[in-house]
Ligand binder design. Sequence first.
Ligand code: SF4
Length: 263
Amino acid sequence: MNPTDASLPLRQSIDPSRQGFVHSVESGGTVDGPGIRFVLFLNGCPLRCQYCHNPDTWRLRDGKLREAEELLEELAGYASFLKRAKGGVTISGGEPLMQPEFCETLFRGAKEMGLHTVLDSSGHLHERAPDSLFEVVDLVLLDVKSGTDEQYRKVTAKPLQPTLDFAARMERLRVPMWARFVLVPGLTDDPENVRQVAKHIAAMKTVERVEILPFHQMASYKYEELKLDYPLKDTEAASAHDVVMAWSIFSEEGVFGLQKPSG
Ligand code: SF4
């Protein structure tokens, strides 16, 4: 079934705890949490990050409607390997919290297999998710996209506060986090913005590890295919020097040493 067909059932007619819109599945991911991971990329995202590498995940219904049961069967085939590889399952996107019930079903199934679970999120929609979801999340990868509300809105077209509220909630629920910041020349690399990001991360008590991810040009072709304007098409990749400069600011704010592996 093509999910963009007018014949696709309305959201109300699907069971959101059993069915969800999935962009793709990667069975050997190495960058979305510890070890080797089964990564599910879900569709739907309310943000519009200028540097987004996955604009094809933005619209919920551009994803393929999949059954949680069928995905868990697929995951089960990898479970013993993932455990030996000290990995597990990661749900990314898009923004997974567009489909919180689906995430909870998948994570509960993964925990029954004894797998480590990671949620990759901006936190923006966390109010949609019940606390019970986070009972089956071992680690959150939290993207902190900029340090001030003005800059965050420039980068994402949405406010910063939900991300900070989500981090406070993860502290209350004692969920470990890895904080991530994408360094984009001319967009997020202003030293004052980097410092504000570092200050926010320094205040997040469950952060175990911090990653600065240098921007690189990999998504231009997707924007061309989707006929979308790519605001960063002429932006150069962040250099090693740019990353060192950002780390030096993070260090001044006391977050340089946060590299404890989780899981
Ligand atoms: S939150 Fe992620 S998926 Fe959504 S626009 Fe930003 S980078 Fe893209």
